[in-house]
Design a protein around this ligand. Structure first.
Ligand SMILES: O=C(O)C/C=C/C(=O)C(=O)O
Length: 79
């Protein structure tokens, strides 16, 4: 009975959560070879001011007060 947990920033609406649950369920069901009814998806909306990335709170990244972390393309794949 696979359980998928998604933590993402608060702000997605019900339709987006439904699409996420539907697509993840189908994907895991196919790969694991289990019925969709066996798949559980837990979605947690996290306030960006409760989300730390690169040592800063994400609301500061969103507002432009702190720089976003470099993407893997910018660092040659290194963290
Ligand atoms: O972790 C990041 O770099 C950005 C995360 C974004 C989200 O969780 C989101 O857009 O919902």
């Amino acid at each position: 009975m696979p359980v998928i947990s998604v933590d993402w920033w608060k702000g997605n609406d019900r339709a987006q959560r439904q699409e996420l649950v539907s697509e993840l369920t189908a994907c895991v069901s196919r790969i694991a070879g289990c019925p969709e009814e066996a798949v559980t998806v837990i979605v947690r909306d996290v306030d960006p001011d409760h989300w730390g990335k690169g040592g800063v709170l994400a609301d500061e990244i969103l507002s432009g007060a702190a720089p976003a972390a470099p993407s893997p393309q910018d660092t040659g794949g290194q963290p």
